[in-house]
Design a protein around this ligand. Structure first.
Ligand SMILES: [Fe+2]
Ligand SMILES: [Fe+2]
Length: 332
């Protein structure tokens, strides 16, 4: 907990306050958590709002590609597990919107930014899910990459974000194992099933590597985020950790990674890999991926169709308040 002696509510106009900034940085350096009522630099607040809301939007948009397969899951057991996973992702979005709200932005504003196309979400969710094997590949690789990114966030300097991540990571590791088990079943199935698993790996591998963001020399936010202990590892470090962990898993499945330059470097103990197509990444981020328009259409439709639920909840809350007020008057 950041010390209360800092008279924390006076955040306004405090951006150029070197003394407070020094105390803030000392608190971060000492691995203390910054809490919502503590003083923080405006740029720290803005960075967190951007990062947490992008993360929340990613969880919510991420429900779409997999939700697409709930009605087509190959068995009741698979359907139940997928349904639970997609619901978990919705829950992650809600924890994260709540964490962002502690920084002084409203849920309505955040959702509005997403629906207006002003907010970003993870580029990976703009790719289509063509076969059942894609559900395995997403759990194994996309949730696997998410865990790699998110485990260090459990130690993020901002308390509400760090605490949300602890809970989220527990569920993500279950998703990853569930996806890997789907891949294992397919890889040990008929030749057609194994080919389906390989095809899913071929299509998802490179977009998953892009999930870690631009390489360190092109990343705008890394240095300051590391100093604030929002980030603990650079994009390239996390990408390398992910590749090192995942290549042996692919080999165990008997599948091959679609990268002719992939090679184990015994001296460093790391897997070396080929060039990422950053033009594709930029295209998808800019809104021109295979499914960007479809995803935004689906979110806007869900928001419009859910309007009556929000209105009904507000009307009910108002009625309840009136009833309670009337009862209080009667009791007096
Ligand atoms: Fe999630
Ligand atoms: Fe997940």
């Amino acid at each position: 907990m950041y010390t209360q002696a800092l008279n924390t509510r006076e955040a306004a106009g405090a951006a150029a306050d070197p003394e407070r900034e020094a105390r803030f940085q000392a608190c971060v350096d000492a691995e203390s958590r910054i809490e919502p009522n503590d003083w923080m630099p405006d740029a720290y607040r803005r960075t967190l709002i951007r990062q947490i809301s992008q993360h929340a939007h990613s969880e919510i948009v991420g429900m779409l590609p997999e939700g697409n397969w709930i009605t087509r899951a190959p068995s009741l057991k698979r359907k139940v597990a997928l349904l639970a996973k997609v619901q978990d992702e919705g829950g992650h979005g809600l924890y994260l919107y709540a964490a962002a709200e502690t920084l002084g932005i409203s849920r309505e504003e955040l959702v509005e930014q997403l629906l207006a196309g002003k907010a970003k979400y993870a580029s990976i969710f703009n790719y289509p899910t063509l076969t059942w094997a894609d559900i395995g590949a997403i759990g194994w690789l996309v949730d696997g990459a998410a865990i790699m990114n998110q485990i260090p966030l459990c130690r993020c300097s901002y308390g509400p974000y760090a605490r949300a991540m602890i809970r989220i990571c527990k569920e993500e590791s279950f998703h990853q194992r569930q996806g890997y088990e789907i891949m294992l079943t397919l890889a040990r199935g008929t030749p057609e099933q194994k080919a389906m698993a390989q095809d899913a790996l071929d299509r998802w591998w490179w977009p998953v590597l892009m999930m870690f963001g631009p390489s360190d020399q092109d990343s705008q936010h890394t240095d300051v985020s590391m100093r604030w202990k929002i980030k603990r590892f650079t994009n390239d470090e996390l990408r390398q950790k992910f590749i090192d962990a995942t290549v042996p898993q692919a080999h165990y499945l008997g599948l091959s990674i679609p990268d002719p330059r992939l090679a184990f470097d015994a001296a460093s103990g790391h897997w070396r890999f080929g060039e990422i197509d950053w033009d594709e990444f930029k295209r998808v981020i800019a809104g021109n991926g295979p499914c960007n328009r479809e995803r935004m259409r689906a979110r806007r439709k869900a928001h419009d169709e859910g309007a009556w639920v929000r209105e009904a909840a507000l009307a009910y809350a108002q009625k309840r308040r009136q009833r309670q007020a009337a009862m209080q008057v009667a009791a007096e």
